[in-house]
Design a protein around this ligand. Structure first.
Ligand SMILES: Cc1cc2nc3c(=O)[nH]c(=O)nc-3n(C[C@H](O)[C@H](O)[C@H](O)COP(=O)(O)OP(=O)(O)OC[C@H]3O[C@@H](n4cnc5c(N)ncnc54)[C@H](O)[C@@H]3O)c2cc1C
Length: 431
């Protein structure tokens, strides 16, 4: 069964079966909070946890439910790659600053591993590693150049894998080799979001949902945030809204580019079949411009795959068909496998293609993870909290990086379909 026209296709994240964001929680506080955080994803919850543990009164305002945004929709793949690569960072900022930025991507993986352990968050964390297969020989050559730069400057536990030698990573014939990393892996994103919310609340944070922050005004003691349930005052304000930012802050709106990403899960398969496809349970991200990322589910019974969605508006059924096609191009063995779930979420890019953390007009922000925020968002949420606390540990190599708008962008990413057409053509032609 190909399931292309199944009526039983579930149009919400597979992750929600075990960890659905739901319920109405928290109460609007009557007195001012030390810190108001807008956005209850990994960034906001991580910041809330750090602040509450240090004794500050914290209110998180979440428009839907904690984790409802990208944080319960992602692939759960923990990574430390930054879009420009180490060589790109060195070209832009020189070796010292470039390496310092990259080291923080590595630090983010260790940070969330430790936080998950300390807070006893049961989220199927498994540091089984990651494999980046190259589709074209030229992709492999580029990957090798970047790998050599990383080896020269940083001692990362990773290795290049030649064609024909990646059988332990993935059982697919469509690659020319790739890069294997040992220190990353995966988790269950929905359980991680729920666990983080529970930890923040346990530490004393007031997480209020559903309530949307609608306005921000400056007041004598800090900020007033307007909602349909009344105003709330905070000495400090942190925006942690990433791809769901909307028009709340014109400063953010002109700088953050929301982009959709879609995932599918297959029906339950035999564990033998799934482990034959992923013998070492590594997370996989290939080099197609439209990007396929895929993995076994934590229980080893399904395959999950994500990619950039259709260029133009498409129904979930159409998206499921397109992603199933991508899945079968990698694993022809799954041609008769049904898709059980399809869902989408929004990632956030900025024009520097690097995470953005800082303060504008007294308002803190942390966002723009460019589709790789499972580790980085928790890490930068924590850093933003330390900045609010005035703790020097809040300093990061991401401080002061460009976070600029463009004259042609006011919050509607009209150019994304144009870029995607270009990517599709390049993938199709193999250039
Ligand atoms: C399909 C998909 C797959 C992905 N796969 C991976 C992956 O495998 N690995 C990886 O590293 N990254 C991945 N990512 C990216 C990763 O999920 C994000 O970088 C990360 O979750 C960002 O967390 P966040 O808390 O900053 O944002 P979000 O989780 O998006 O949270 C923002 C929250 O702000 C709330 N909000 C917005 N405006 C307001 C308002 N005005 N008032 C109140 N609340 C508001 C929203 O409701 C939302 O819950 C993926 C993303 C998607 C969508």
């Amino acid at each position: 069964m190909v399931n292309q026209h199944a009526t039983d296709l579930i149009k919400e994240p597979y992750w929600w079966e075990a960890a659905r964001p739901e319920g109405q929680i928290g109460d609007m506080p009557e007195s001012p909070s030390d810190v108001v955080i807008v956005g209850g994803g990994y960034t906001g919850l991580s910041a809330a946890l750090t602040l509450a543990k240090r004794g500050l009164s914290v209110t998180v305002l979440e428009a839907e439910m904690p984790g409802y945004g990208a944080s319960s929709r992602n692939g759960g793949m923990i990574g430390n790659m930054l879009k420009p690569g180490l060589s790109g960072l060195i070209d832009m900022y020189g070796p010292d600053k470039g390496c310092a930025i990259y080291k923080e991507a590595l630090a983010s993986v260790a940070f969330i591993r430790d936080r998950i352990t300390e807070e006893e968050i049961d989220c199927d964390l498994a540091l089984t590693g990651r494999f980046y297969p190259a589709v074209l020989a030229k992709d492999l050559a580029g990957m090798t150049r970047d790998f050599e730069v990383r080896q020269k400057y940083l001692n990362i536990p990773e290795e290049m894998v030649a064609n024909g030698e990646y059988g332990e990573d993935v059982d697919s014939a469509c690659y020319t080799g790739g890069l294997r990393q040992h220190h990353t892996g995966g988790l269950h994103p929905g359980k991680y979001a729920k666990g983080l919310a529970t930890a923040a609340i346990r530490a004393g944070a007031n997480v209020v949902a559903p309530v949307r922050a609608e306005t921000i005004t400056k007041s004598q003691g800090g900020f007033m945030v307007g909602t349909a349930r009344g105003e709330i005052a905070g000495r400090h304000l942190l925006l942690a809204t990433n791809g769901y930012s909307g028009a709340l802050s014109p400063f953010v709106q002109k700088r953050i580019i929301p982009i959709g990403s879609t995932m599918i899960a297959t029906e339950e398969l035999s564990e033998n079949l799934v482990s034959s496809l992923f013998p070492t349970k590594r997370m996989i991200t290939d080099t197609r411009k439209m990007l396929s990322y895929y993995r076994p589910s934590p229980d080893g019974k399904r395959v999950l795959l994500g990619a950039r969605p259709s260029i133009f508006q498409a129904t979930p059924e159409q998206q499921a068909i397109a992603l199933k096609k991508a899945l079968v191009s990698i694993f022809p063995q799954l041609a008769a496998t049904a898709v059980s779930h399809v869902w989408s979420g929004k990632v956030a890019y900025d024009f520097a293609a690097l995470p953005a953390i800082g303060e504008h007009d007294g308002i803190h922000y942390a966002m723009g993870y460019c589709g790789s925020g499972v580790a980085m968002s928790g890490y930068l949420g924590h850093k933003a909290a330390l900045k609010i606390l005035g703790d020097a540990e809040g300093d990061t190599a991401f401080d002061g990086l460009p976070f600029d708008g463009r004259f042609y962008y006011r919050g509607t990413p009209w150019f994304v379909p144009v870029a995607m057409i270009g990517y599709r053509i390049r993938d199709y032609l193999g250039i």
